[in-house]
Design a protein around this ligand. Sequence first.
Ligand code: ARG
Length: 463
Amino acid sequence: MAKKRKADELLRGRFAGGLHPALDRINRSFEVDRRMWREDIEGSIAHAQMLGAKKVLSAAAVRRIVKGLKAVADEFEDGTFEPDPADEDIHMAVERRLIELIGDDGARLHTARSRNDQVATDLRLYLKHLSQRTIARIHDVQEALVRLAQRDGELVLPFYTHLQRAQPTLLGHVLLAYVEMLGQDVTGVTYVGEECPLGSGAGSGTSFPIDRRHTAKALGFKRPSPNSLEAVSSRRDAAMFTAGMAAAATTLSRLGADLVLWTSREFGFARLGDAVTTGSSIMPQKRNPDGAELLRAAATRVTGAMTRLFEIQRALPLGYAKDLQEDKAALFEAEDTLLQMLDVAEAMLGDIAFDGDRMHAAVTAPDGYVLATEVADWLVVRGVPFREAHEVVGRLVSVAEAHHIGIEDLPLEVFQQVHDAFDADVFEVLTPEGALAARKALGGPSPANLRRELRKWAGRLGL
Ligand code: ARG
């Protein structure tokens, strides 16, 4: 039986004395990277089994290593794993504990690998798992949006450009815009971990007769990474994945912004339930949409993390450097924030009531002129060039505005004074419902399109 190795002896064979406490604090990453324990153990089991298959380790040693690693996994799983104050990171902690449990064979596990290829492998495995969890949660938020659109989708409201009332739309069309954006975000957080770094050693491969295809396959990658230096130096996957998370967070941020507007007294389009509304410490009447505001702002944590992941690598000479250890803190902050944002968005969408009357009032308010485009289009259909029609309707708007009425309130004679193509049929498009029914072009908000899109999404999400 080998002498029991202390955790800090695993790495410090050549040094006299311990590490300076300040160095130790900044260098130690266990509390951050312990959340990769599953991936670390999964990678080690695959590595040990490959070493067994290649007769680098005896079958008996591999059996003991695998059993020992599973015992360590159980300790993490049930919360009984006891970190040693000297555990530098998750890799050293698992190895230290393995050696405590099984002795010498545990000390053979690190044959033909380095923490550099180990951590790169763990990280890619982690991204794969994180990708699956994130996609499932995005689907939940999409589902919440689709359910609202099924319930209230045909309510009519204006959509905005420059935050000015623009044209009529359907609430369902607005909600499905977010569903589409989140669908694109799913693509952004879909991680296709194709190349396995394991076996790249410290950055220059290994002289042991390893089988990298074996470990790549066992860990669910398509193939071993072709260049050992690239494999240990790059955190591109993590940076790109975090960019995908940043995009999703940005979508939720915009949803938050809309919720803030819709629930304001000025808009009054929506009311959030008590459980997702906060009060004011001084103004008893307040119902504040703090959750939506935090959705707006929390996204900056994710975009910030994305920036950090690229910045950590910017100007970094090729090869492993401890700079790369900072990747985990950034990735995990993005993960925690985005998943929390998805929870908040789902909760708020699950407890919201829309005010169809307020929406309708906004779209029919005489001073909104949201139907002006319809009148122009009506002229175009009757042969008037669009630019001319645009100008004609501009004149109608200014006449109506001067009298504080809507275009639809102007008598036909006034229409005919500005253009002789007008007849009484024009009043048919001068209702939001008439305008929407006509917006049948692909991608537009006609009720028929909405129903088709709702079926599409219900099918995709399995509702
Ligand atoms: N904790 C380290 C990291 O996350 C593991 C790799 C350590 N490699 C090294 N050469 N010191 O990057």
